[in-house]
Design a protein around this ligand. Structure first.
Ligand code: NAI
Ligand code: MG
Length: 350
């Protein structure tokens, strides 16, 4: 019996509605499989916890999380109780940073039955690998002078280690998919870091002769995500480029409520964290209508991470069929509840 120990942090708002739904789905999957088990430990770290304790997690919170195989998170944030920068930095961003989750993964896929904002979407199925630890999001730089002479300088940080790590991750992923990697670059405009990025990309590509490669400038690439997303498989980008592309990816799917994400620790020192793209959705909390698909698909990414790709594939197929047959929450144009969609996923799995 394989046992996966999972730290579950439902967090705030609809996190408390969709995390239990996805956990239930995982438990059913384990039963069906027969040879594995998920042991969940729930951590009540949210904005209420902050009000009572003065922090989003205990001082030794990271130590507590460290031994788990993965962290399964809902959403964090309740502006009425705690300012967003305190809640997000006190939990989410702290875990991402301290646990060296240097890769952010976000797939996007066309689901029949879910209306995409694209006029004539073809079957797209792509995944963005975003470098998640350096790049444009650095604190290096500074500001001098004031008024009309004021100057701000912002430095990007591109280490060979960090760049190669992200690019290699993309190639490894492509081997399990459709063997095509697109690099997001801007070496025609950004003088130092992007030609460097291109060089590393070409170096790493040599190790993967069976994977097709392509380099696209980020501006054109952003446009292609809208005009021909079906032609992409794995796309690798720096922190900023990946950030932009992943938002377009979520948008063309039709709702933020179905988009999943993973923050991956690649050196094995710490657990990775799986969380949907959406937030705590205070406008619909408590109504029982939160879309559980983002969290359920996030669970699928966790299964992939555990090497249980077959089980993950089964789950995603069921999700696709449930959406196609019209079990849709209001955000994707239907009238189903969280429970109805989840129950249907479970029924079909069984
Ligand atoms: P949000 O993602 O919570 O909501 C944006 C819109 O999408 C809302 O209209 C909401 O009802 C809808 N929506 C989101 N998820 C949905 C789902 N599963 N089913 C149906 N509809 C869904 O983003 P917003 O409103 O900007 O932020 C709300 C709170 O969440 C803030 O405190 C913010 O800081 C936090 N947040 C946390 C994130 C995280 O934990 N990773 C990510 C984004 C926001
Ligand atoms: Mg973003």
């Amino acid at each position: 019996m394989k046992v996966f120990n999972i730290a579950s942090i439902p967090g705030d708002g609809i996190g408390k509605e969709v995390v239990p739904a996805a956990k239930h789905v995982l438990e059913v999957l384990a039963e069906i499989h027969g040879g594995l088990r998920f042991e969940f430990t729930d951590f009540p770290w949210d904005c209420h916890y902050y009000l009572e304790n003065g922090s989003m997690m205990p001082e030794d919170g990271l130590e507590t999380l460290k031994p788990y195989d993965a962290i399964f998170l809902g959403a964090v944030g309740n502006k009425k109780l705690v300012p967003d920068h305190i809640s997000l930095w006190g939990l989410l961003i702290k875990i991402r940073r301290e646990f060296e989750q240097v890769i952010n993964l976000r797939p996007a896929k066309m689901f029949h039955g879910v209306k995409s904002p694209l006029a004539n979407p073809k079957d797209f199925d792509l995944i963005v690998v975003r470098e998640n630890s350096e790049g444009e999001y650095s604190s290096i730089g500074g500001r001098i002078y004031q008024g009309e002479d004021e100057i701000a300088i912002q430095n990007g940080v591109f280490s060979r280690k960090g760049t190669e790590r992200a690019i290699r991750f993309a190639f490894e992923l492509a081997k399990k998919r459709n063997r095509h990697v697109t690099s997001a670059t801007k070496s025609n405009g950004i003088y130092h870091s992007m030609p460097f990025w291109d060089e590393v990309f070409e170096d790493v590509a040599k190790d993967y002769p069976n994977v097709k490669t392509e380099s696209q400038h980020i501006d054109a690439l952003a446009a292609f995500f809208v005009t021909r997303p079906e032609q992409f498989d794995v796309i690798v980008g720096s922190n900023l480029f990946g950030d932009i592309l992943t938002d377009i990816g979520a948008a063309i799917m039709g709702s933020v409520g179905i988009a999943p994400a993973a923050n991956i620790n690649v050196n094995g020192k710490y657990p990775s964290m799986f969380e949907p793209v959406h937030g705590s959705a205070p406008d619909i909390v408590g109504q029982g209508i939160a879309n559980p698909i983002g969290q359920i698909w996030t669970a699928k990414m966790m299964l992939d991470h555990f090497g249980e790709e077959e089980l993950g594939e089964v789950l995603l197929d069921v999700v696709e069929s449930v959406l196609k047959d019209g079990f849709l929450t209001p955000d994707v144009g239907g009238q189903s509840t969280t429970k109805e969609v989840t129950d249907e996923v479970i029924a079909r799995l069984q």
